[in-house]
Design a protein around this ligand. Structure first.
Ligand code: FE2
Length: 366
């Protein structure tokens, strides 16, 4: 007898929804800084009475920016606590109703029962389960039409000019959870969503003089979705994870890594648009070749941009991290270019975290 496919087999990332205090301005910010094209709008003019929302897209990267219109709205209360940040890491599945029922049977907490919408473009079904903090995963069925707009949205003319930055897809989405909660969330992804544990970084690997963290990476069966989960470890001073938890009011998405095929061009475009990246001490580059061997990129070009390099058995990767994307020291972005490596830059952790701590010290939080 043929085995039934797992209803929770993940087909890909549908979108990432942010709750923001002002969607119109957030859409402007993410359009100009990341080169995302606004493709759809929902709000009073489209019949939504309580919210405004924009969908922006570049390649396979799809952000949804949603703001409350009324003071007592639950989104407004969430923003009062967390500030702007990621609410929903929405996953594409073949059958959202079956996936939702299977998830509940395996112990997931339901947030929204399946809702079915049918229009001339096809069928759209969405159900939602709870994840870490008050982050959720919507399970989205879009009939294979990834450009299908959720109900209530109307397309925007592509007349607004966008300077592309070259980002192609979301490489990974990282969660920060409370001390002692990491293993529980690894079990959640394993038992409910069928994810496998990819790598485990302990506090030995990720310790600086002041702070430490532990991290486990889980991914879905096809390797399409990679979700590292961090928890703080004991350090001499407050870890960057603890700082995040304080300012976000609990667990949430710490960073979104965006893939590019030309990291220097992407970083230049983002910098010109106003993104500031974390600087790396000049001595990081002194022994670069000794650490990572021969690379195709010019060392001076990487150093000029503070781009980090790491190598493992499979190849190498280039990466860089932004400053926080909003006032609170919470969500930031990473730009990553993979040249064979499927890792996360373990060799850079120490140098990187020392740089992050210098920024944390400037905020008076170290
Ligand atoms: Fe990352």
């Amino acid at each position: 007898m043929p085995t039934q496919p797992d209803p929770l087999a993940i087909l890909g990332l549908a979108y990432i929804e942010f709750y923001v205090s002002n969607a119109r301005q957030a859409a402007h910010f993410y359009r100009t800084t990341l080169g995302l094209q606004p493709i759809a709008f929902a709000g009073l003019e489209t019949g939504l009475r309580d919210r405004t929302s924009y969908i922006l897209q570049s390649g396979d990267v799809r952000f949804m920016l949603t703001a409350p219109l009324l003071p007592d709205h639950p989104i407004a209360q969430r923003i009062a606590r967390c500030g702007d940040g990621v609410k929903d890491v929405a996953l594409r599945v073949a059958d959202a109703s079956a996936a939702y029922q299977a998830a509940l049977k395996r112990g997931a907490v339901g947030v929204q029962e399946p809702q079915v919408y049918i229009n001339e473009h096809g069928r759209f079904v969405r159900a939602t389960i709870a994840a870490y903090g008050d982050t959720v995963h919507s399970l989205v069925e879009d009939s294979g039409n990834a450009t299908f707009l959720p109900p209530g949205y109307r397309p925007l003319d592509a007349t607004i000019s966008v300077v592309p930055t070259g980002i192609t897809r979301v490489d990974h989405v990282v969660a920060n959870v409370e001390l002692g909660a990491m293993e529980r969330w690894v079990r959640f992804y394993h038992e409910i969503l069928g994810f496998e544990q990819l790598v485990h970084f302990d506090d030995e690997a990720i310790a600086t003089e002041y702070s430490a963290l532990m991290s486990i990476v889980v991914q879905d069966g096809t390797g399409t979705i990679k979700l590292p989960i961090n928890e703080p470890a004991q350090g001499r001073k407050k870890s960057q994870i603890a700082e995040f938890l304080d300012y976000y009011g609990g667990p949430g998405v710490q960073h979104i890594a965006l893939a590019t095929d030309d990291i220097c061009a992407t970083v230049d475009a983002m910098r010109a648009a106003g993104i500031t990246f974390i600087n790396v001490p000049a001595n990081y580059y002194d022994d670069l070749e000794a650490r990572v061997g021969t690379i195709a990129e010019n060392r001076a070009a990487l150093q000029a941009r503070s781009i980090l390099v790491d190598r493992d058995e499979e190849g190498y990767l280039l990466q860089i991290f932004s400053q926080p994307m909003q006032d609170r020291p919470t969500l930031f972005i990473e730009v990553i270019q993979r040249r064979g490596s499927r890792g996360f830059g373990k060799g850079n952790f120490k140098a990187l975290f020392e740089s992050i701590e210098r920024e944390q010290a400037k905020r008076g939080n170290l």
